[in-house]
Design a protein. Structure first.
Length: 281
């Protein structure tokens, strides 16, 4: 009888210890899952290297910029990305305020220029802290930009594209902030020939290039591709604007930016510098 009680006690202890072990094992991730999470996190923390794939991403963003500026001027009499024109218009508003409402809308121009600079400042300062080409930063920053452009499309869809008023200022501000952030991000990829927004410098750099007609000239080729893509984006934006409305054009631009957000996951990583290469430098 005593032996039977001892056996029952041992069996119950074994069951309890077995349940505790199974609970611990279920609370711990399998080695395969833990390894996958670690690899994914390491992948997101890699610095993206400049490459042909990165060029393609910047050209898609350029196309989206062309779409935005093609609708922002007829709708709001300002540019979401081209701040040269906005700066001139803003100075005209100071000296010739009577032109407000005819040639330009002062509130829209001020919002476009101000939020463009704010987007560039915020993105640039954070880039200095986290690393401008860190994959997770490029992905997250471009995701936020895309969401801002989607929000601008939603505001236009709900409230229409009125020339003046708070809704107009909101749409212009969202587009301008996203554009300023985008320009800073494009510079971090070390391909300044594809600024994704400003065409004046690209035109002049192209004209004064001493190797303009040489076959092997990557900077020249990048400038040509940038300008051609900006033109195509503007034509596409104007066509969509005329056919189905500006909110659809903004929606297409936002979708293009979100596409680039996903593409950042597949960029090649920059190889870490070895001790030999650092000593050679």
């Amino acid at each position: 009888m005593l032996d039977h009680k001892v056996d029952d006690t041992q069996d119950s202890q074994q069951k309890r210890s077995g349940s505790i072990q199974s609970g611990n094992s279920s609370a711990t991730l399998p080695p395969e899952s833990s390894s996958m999470v670690s690899k994914a996190w390491s992948h997101m923390l890699e610095p993206v290297r400049p490459s042909g794939f990165a060029e393609l991403e910047l050209l898609i963003l350029t196309f989206c910029t062309g779409i935005q500026d093609a609708i922002s001027f007829p709708d709001y009499h300002c540019f979401a990305s081209n701040q040269t024109g906005n700066t001139v218009f803003l100075m005209l508003a100071v000296i010739l305020p009577n032109l407000n409402g005819e040639v330009f809308i002062t509130a829209n121009i001020g919002a476009a220029l101000g939020f463009f600079l704010l987007g560039g400042w915020v993105t640039g300062q954070i880039s200095h802290i986290v690393g401008p080409r860190l994959r997770i930063w490029l992905f997250g920053c471009n995701f936020v930009q895309s969401c801002l452009v989607f929000a601008a499309a939603a505001v236009q869809y709900i409230h229409g594209s009125g020339l003046v008023g708070p809704n107009a200022v909101i749409v212009v501000s969202l587009l301008a902030f996203a554009s300023g952030s985008q320009v800073v991000q494009s510079r971090s990829l070390q391909m300044t020939e594809i600024s994704t927004a400003m065409a004046t410098a690209a035109w002049m750099d192209l004209m004064i290039d001493s190797k303009l007609f040489k076959l092997d000239n990557r900077p020249r080729t990048r400038r040509v591709m940038f300008l051609a893509t900006l033109v195509l984006g503007s034509l596409a934006g104007a066509g969509i604007y005329r056919s189905v409305g500006s909110w659809v054009a903004i929606l297409v631009s936002a979708a293009g930016k979100m596409l680039v957000t996903g593409m950042y996951l597949f960029n090649g990583a920059e190889k870490p510098k070895t001790a030999e290469s650092q000593n050679a430098c």
